[in-house]
Design a protein around this ligand. Structure first.
Ligand code: ATP
Ligand code: MG
Length: 426
């Protein structure tokens, strides 16, 4: 026997038994994105490493230690995308989509970060991602948050809290940053290794530390809100006013910063306490400087990303388990003549009933063994075709879930019979 190949650590299979929850999430998201006039964009999973260094920031955890970076056979340094925004901005610029234009787009797919795998934290994970380009006002910030709220609501996610903050402009943040460095430097002996590293490159990120031993120290740190300049304050008040207007509840959390450097003004996170320490299920914010930073024309922008694994897990924890899809009808086919006719009959049914979930038995075997499989499949009905039925151009129709006599139906009447049976409850 060969040794089985192991999966890559932190990279998961989504098995057929669990796929229904994923499909529902993605279907509802797609419907809502379309309803809000966002269009899908698909960008490569691999980009030049420089893209992420320039956008996410040299001093972020992602760039410093979490990227899957490799040299391709041509000697270029490439990276598996750790997030979607950078690639989407790159695509906007590469394709000239921002020249005197506004864009509302969404994107879905796998992201890669070399993090320590644990519940809700993986090395390959999936995001649904929404971005709007060319809108400077607080109305789009609010709309994007409303969209995320509606999505969570429609999915049936319960007990999530919207945390909101403003990071202001880079100028106002610089003053704050200096004061923050002074504060943490005065307490250097209490910082952990990660925070000491951040103190040099990215002190705001210390506020985002998940180390409980730092909670006290962080609670006493200066608050960014006190440093906002009047235009930043006005923008933030605008966002809050719009959210109040539609009755979306939020908590202003002055310590909310994000793990990526490109944010300015609005940042937000939907948090749950029901997934252990991996509490963020959807996060985003405004990133007005990024397009220019990546070589495009200055363009205000805002977006968010939702972690699909975390949402699916939260729905599971909250008892919103999707039953796996089962066929409506299992088609039992036994005998040489029946086999010759069976697949043709099945194709005819698929033509007549496009939504029909029909599993035809393949691989032969007795009626008895096939009916066992039919029962196990979860189907409501079995169609039964043996040689004698084939000869008479009829098929047996048996109810598998409720007690009812088996009947015989002529081939040309099967589609109509199934249509009416399947529309009945039970
Ligand atoms: P966290 O603070 O939990 O590390 P983050 O701030 O790094 O999250 P973002 O970069 O904003 O996360 O990504 C958006 C969303 O993607 C997060 O809210 C989360 O739901 C999900 N996510 C991020 N990293 C992972 C991961 N390693 N595994 C699974 N989901 C993730
Ligand atoms: Mg992270």
């Amino acid at each position: 026997m060969q040794q089985p190949i192991q999966p890559v650590r932190g990279m998961n299979d989504v098995l057929p038994a669990d796929i229904a929850a994923w499909q529902r999430l993605e279907r509802i998201a797609r419907e809502l994105f379309t309803a809000y006039a966002y269009q899908e964009i698909r960008v490569p999973i691999v980009e030049h490493t420089a893209l992420f260094k320039r956008s996410i920031g040299e001093f972020t955890d992602i760039v410093q230690k979490e990227m899957f970076t490799f040299e391709d056979p041509g000697g270029d340094s490439l990276t598996l995308r750790p997030e979607a925004t950078a690639g989407i901005v790159r695509a906007m610029i590469s394709n000239g989509l921002l020249h005197n234009q506004r864009q509302r787009v969404w994107c879905a797919g796998p992201m890669f970060r070399h993090e320590k795998p644990q519940r809700g934290r993986f090395r390959q994970f999936h995001q649904l991602d929404v971005e709007a380009f060319g809108y400077a006002g607080p109305d789009i910030d609010a709309e994007l948050i409303m969209l995320s709220a509606r999505l969570l609501d429609r999915l049936g996610v319960k007990r999530v809290e919207l945390n909101l903050n403003s990071l202001g402009t880079p100028a106002s943040r610089r003053v704050y940053r200096d004061d923050l460095v002074a504060y943490f430097s005065a307490h250097k002996q209490r910082l952990d290794a990660d925070s000491l590293r951040r103190l040099e490159g990215n002190p705001l990120r210390i506020l985002d530390s998940k180390n409980p031993e730092l909670a006290d120290l962080i609670a006493g740190a200066p608050v960014l809100t006190d440093y906002l300049d009047p235009p930043s304050r006005e923008h933030f008040e605008g966002v809050c006013r719009h959210l109040d207007g539609v009755g979306i509840k939020y908590v202003i959390n002055p310590r909310l910063v994000r793990g990526l450097d490109y944010y300015s003004h609005t940042v937000f996170e939907w948090l749950t306490t029901e997934l252990g320490s991996q509490g963020a299920v959807c996060s985003g914010g405004r990133y007005d400087g990024l397009v220019e930073q990546l070589g495009g024309e200055p363009t205000p922008a805002m977006g968010w990303a939702l972690g699909e694994e975390r949402i699916v897990e939260l729905l599971r924890v909250q008892g919103m388990v999707e039953p796996p899809t089962v066929p409506d009808v299992y088609f039992v086919i036994a005998g040489a003549r029946a086999q010759a006719e069976g697949l043709t009959l099945a194709e005819g049914l698929r033509d007549a009933l496009p939504a029909l979930k029909l599993e035809t038995h393949c691989g032969g075997g007795s009626f008895k063994s096939q009916l066992k499989r039919a029962d196990k499949s979860g189907a409501r009905f079995a169609l039964i075709l043996g040689d004698t039925e084939a000869e008479r151009r009829v098929v047996g129709l048996k109810s598998l879930r409720v007690e009812a006599p088996q009947i015989e139906v002529p081939w040309e009447a099967v589609a109509a019979e199934l249509r009416s049976r399947l529309s009945e409850q039970g």
